[in-house]
Design a protein. Structure first.
Length: 71
């Protein structure tokens, strides 16, 4: 015998009310911060950033091998 619809709908509504809002459609929003181009062009970076700079260059070279990026 099929379930009674008057019992099913309230249960369905309660189910959707208690689903955490972060389970669907969550988007990470990153800050809109931009680096001053004069700072980049000056090239006076702290020595502690050397490993990060080398990693960025390695990734850029690796990704460039998969190009061309436009037709």
């Amino acid at each position: 015998m099929p379930p009674n619809l008057t019992t099913f709908f309230p249960i369905l509504i309660l189910f959707f009310l208690f689903i955490p809002s972060g389970t669907a459609g969550s988007v990470t929003a990153y800050a809109n911060d931009f680096v001053d181009p004069d700072y980049i062009l000056a090239g006076s970076f702290a020595p502690q950033t050397e490993r990060a700079r080398m990693t960025i260059l390695q990734w850029a070279r690796s990704l460039a091998l998969d190009g061309p990026w436009s037709a």
